[in-house]
Structures are given as C-alpha cells and as structure tokens.
Design a protein around this ligand. Structure first.
Ligand code: NG6
Ligand code: CA
Length: 510
C-alpha cells in the first residue's frame, strides 16, 4: 500500500513536470540571409508578394526600427548568438568556408541560455560561424570538433559557411550528412586542387550559374556553379542548390515533430536570398524579378512550411516566432542571375539609400525586417521601438524567466517589453557596423570618419558604403536616404552621439 502510494506520487510529479515543461513556450529564430528592409510586402513594397510572412506580421508585431549589429553575415550572427558586439574582436569578419569556430566553446550563447533553462536546442541551415578548432584543419571526413554542440546546440544540420563557399555539403551533428566514403572530401582555400575543374578554367562546365565579371566565385565547380574555394570529392553528399530550401524546410519540420513534447529553441538560418541564387524550379519566373525575387518567394514558402508544421503538431500558439535578416540587401553579389536587370521598381532598401545595403554604413545595411509572432503575449501591429539583435540574448532569457548571471558580462540588454510591443521606445541607442561604426537614437545617426583610403563605393556590387574621411550626421526623420550630412549644423547632437558611442567602446566586455 505504502509503495503504491509513493509510486502514485512519483507518477503525479512526473506528469506535472512534463506538463509544466510542455507549457514553456518554444522559440524559433528565423534568420534570412541578405533579405532587405524592402524585400517583404509587409514592409511596404508593392513589387513583391510574401503572403506567409505577411500573415505572421498581421497577427504579430512588425518592427520598423530593428537592427542587425553588422552589415555582413559572420559578424552579425556572432553578435546575435553571443550578445557581444562583433567589433570588440578583430576576427569576426566574413569567414572563409574552412574557418575555425568563431564563437569559442567557453563563450555563452543564446543556445546556452535556453539549454540551462531546460530547453532542447537546435540550429538548422546557414551557419557561417566556422567549425573546428583551427582554420583549414577540420576533418571533413570524420567528426568536426569543436562545433555547435560545444556552444549550446544539442542538434545541428548546417552549411559550414554560405552556398558560394566550399565545402558544399550538409553537416549534421558535426559530420557530413550522406557521407560518401567513395569520394573523400578535400577543401583548400589556398592552392587549387590538381585535376579539379574550376570556373575560371572550365567555364563550359558552368551549367547552372556563371559568376559575375571580376567577382571571383570562379574556383571549385559544384553541380554547375563555381564557388569561392577549392574542393574535391563529396560524391552523393554534395548538395543540389535547387534543393537547399527544401532541405532546410524538411529538417525544420522533422525537428518540430521530433521535439513537440519538450520545449525547444530552434535557430533556422535560411540560405535564401544569398548568392548563388538558384531556387527550386517551381519558383522560377514567379516573381518577375528573376532568381533574386524567386528566392524571396522561396523564403516565404519556407515560412509557410514552418507554420504548417507548428499547427499540425499543435504548437503554433505556444511558439514565439521571430523572423529577421542578418544584414541588408545586395543585388549583384557575384553571379549572373540578372538581379540588376530585372529589379524594375523594386527597392530592396525600402525608403533608404539605394544600393546602401549589405556592406554599407547607410541605414539599409543593418536596418532589417523584424517580426515577432506570439499572439498570447505580443501586441498586434507595428512598432517604431529601437531594437537591436544584440538584445535578443538577454530579452529571450527574460522571456523564459531566466536572469542568467553571464548576461551582465555581455552587451545584451533586456528589452523584452519592446519585443512584446509594450515598450514603444526600446533602446536608447543602436550601434551598427559597416566599414565604420554608426550610432543612432532613432532620429539622429552618426557615422564615424574613416581613413581616406577607405573607399566609399564598391563598384562590383554597386554599393554606396558611406565611408568618408569626415564625420557624418543624418536626421533620419527628415532624410532617411542620408543625403545631407548635417554634422556642422548640429554640433551638440554630434557630440552626444559620439560620447555615447565612445562609452560603449570603452565599456569592454568579452
Ligand atoms: C563577399 C563575397 C560575397 C558574399 C559575401 C558574404 C566576393 C567578391 N564577394 O566577400 O559574394 O559571399 O562575402 O556574404 O567574394 S555574407 O552574407 O555571408 O556576409
Ligand atoms: Ca548575409
């Protein structure tokens, strides 16, 4: 009798623990690649139609003033995951495909925060944060370590870098997925690999996409597209570019199904709309803007698949979904996909400086789409609150009821109330980094002066970088295009912003 009583108590306790675990909200953080502020129809452009994202925006909260910390991928994602500014460390720039892991195992990440709160954690899709302990020394034919599991991710299925960089294989839990022992993998970012064709020497083999003139991307050829870096082998493990989005969606759906009974934090980095843009043929011609527009539609489809899976598993109401982008848009980023020729009236930069997106200090370099969906707690509508990716770590920690002590050692601030739509102001200042550091209070924006040999225009991508040897100050309310430098007219504002930036620079964290 006594034993039965205790057994019943234990059962009761387990069931309760399971229910309370079940009630913890899941979080899915979806990070698009190079998706611009103007690339979604819910951000106002009439030239593109993204119904799946728009549906979440309609029932959720759409930020008009949310920022990535950097205008390129690696530094932006580094900050997103660690809550530390990329510019505090010199080695957080765009990573080669054989880079060592940029986030060190001893660092605390957003995934660690969830894990210590009892969540299971996953990372699917684009990574571009390096793998392994030493550059070029990874064992692509075995277990790659250290890796995502050392920085808080229980599960991972990733592209090591970007689709335009070798190795062109999926890496699942730190081993090449569908590994083909008959085709061992060799990767080189130095010398070409003897006997292997390259885009430069064998343009006749470029059946899917050719690189743009002078953009590089003319090294290893993997299924009809030349890339950055040299590669040999891979065999049946090599990805097909037209299936990348399908793989990301399928892996995400599987993950949701598999973990439906436990709280999860899942990072999904889409490959869309980064180059080489080679969407699945079912999207071809659907945007009228060529592959760049079609890849946006493919991104939108991916969102629809994730929502469908959440609904099918009865998790939709209990999952906080964030959709954002790692940096601003670029039109020609290295392949002849006709993105420039077919752009028409579409403005990937929204109302901001034309061609002032990815790589740039101008606003569209870091001001990104940012949508939060969680009707249970998040107010519907749009918000002008100033928000930065840097704050996701602390804000999401708060969201799941955790005040991680490590948070005091990061740049991440708790702005959960802004994330939920209750605080309309958000951050006092947001710091960005293109070629220089920038700081804005929402209205005024200061851009540091750069050395005169720092170019202000990147002809290859046609990007206006806003690197100038004089200090810049813009009134974003009056001049969102950042055309009139008013530094001389407002010395007081300039001094205030400069001082605020300087305080942050000196406020060393690691
Ligand atoms: C640049 C590449 C560009 C892209 C970018 C990284 C050249 C000429 N350009 O160096 O194609 O790969 O790096 O993009 O090599 S990001 O979104 O991952 O930061
Ligand atoms: Ca990017």
């Amino acid at each position: 009798m006594n034993k039965l009583f205790w057994l019943l108590c234990l059962l009761c306790f387990i069931t309760q623990a399971q229910t309370s675990n079940k009630q913890k909200p899941n979080v899915i953080l979806i990070v698009a690649d190079d998706l611009g502020y103007g690339d979604l129809s819910c951000y106002g452009e009439k030239t593109i139609n993204t119904p799946q994202v728009d549906a979440l925006a309609k029932q959720g909260l759409r930020f008009t003033n949310a920022h990535a910390t950097a205008a390129t991928c690696t530094p932006s994602r580094y900050s997103l995951f660690t809550g530390l500014y990329n510019w505090r460390r010199a080695d957080t720039g765009i990573a080669p495909g054989d880079a060592a892991m940029v986030i060190h195992p001893e660092q605390t990440t957003i995934a660690d925060v969830f894990k210590t709160a009892g969540y299971t954690t996953g990372a699917i899709g684009k990574w571009h944060l390096g793998m392994g302990g030493e550059r070029g020394k990874q064992n692509w034919n075995g277990f790659i370590t250290p890796g995502p599991s050392d920085i808080g991710f229980d599960y991972s299925c990733l592209m090591a870098a970007t689709a335009d960089r070798v190795p062109c294989v999926w890496i699942e839990n730190q081993r090449v997925a569908n590994y083909d022992p008959s085709a061992p993998i060799e990767v080189s970012y130095g010398k070409p690999i003897e006997g292997e064709p390259t885009g430069k020497n064998n343009p006749e083999l470029l059946t899917k996409l050719k690189p743009s003139l002078n953009h590089g991307h003319d090294q290893a050829i993997v299924n009809g597209i030349s890339r950055i870096g040299y590669m040999k082998g891979g065999g049946k493990a090599l990805w097909q570019d037209e299936h990348l989005a399908d793989t990301i969606a399928a892996k995400t759906v599987q993950y949701i199904e598999k973990h439906k009974a436990e709280p999860f934090f899942l990072y999904v980095g889409t490959n869309d709309i980064h180059v080489p843009r080679y969407p699945n043929p079912r999207f071809w011609g659907k945007s009228g803007m060529g592959f760049r527009g079609d890849a946006i539609l493919q991104f939108d489809w991916t969102i629809g698949e994730i929502v469908k899976a959440l609904k099918a598993n009865n998790l939709f109401d209990n999952t906080l979904i964030i959709i954002t982008s790692d940096n601003g848009p670029v039109v020609d980023d290295g392949y002849q996909d006709q993105a420039e020729a077919l752009l028409g009236k579409h403005r990937p930069w929204g109302q901001f400086h034309n061609h002032g997106g990815k790589y740039s200090n101008y606003e569209a370099g870091t001001r990104v789409p940012f949508i939060v969906h969680y009707p249970k707690k998040v107010k519907k509508g749009s918000t002008d609150a100033l928000f930065s990716h840097i704050d996701l770590l602390a804000s999401l920690a708060k969201f799941i009821g955790k005040d991680a002590p490590e948070i005091t050692t990061t740049d991440s601030q708790d702005h959960l109330q802004a994330l939920l739509g209750k605080d309309k102001k958000g951050r006092e200042y947001v710091i960005g980094s293109g070629g220089a550091l920038t700081i804005t209070d929402g209205r005024w924006k200061y851009i540091q002066a750069t050395s005169p040999n720092h170019s202000s225009y990147q002809p290859l991508t046609r990007t206006h970088l806003a690197n100038f040897p004089e200090e810049q100050l813009y009134d974003l309310y009056e001049d969102p295009m950042e055309l009139a430098n008013v530094a001389k007219n407002h010395p007081d504002v300039l001094a205030r912003l400069k001082a605020a930036l300087q305080r942050e620079i000196e406020n060393k964290k690691q």
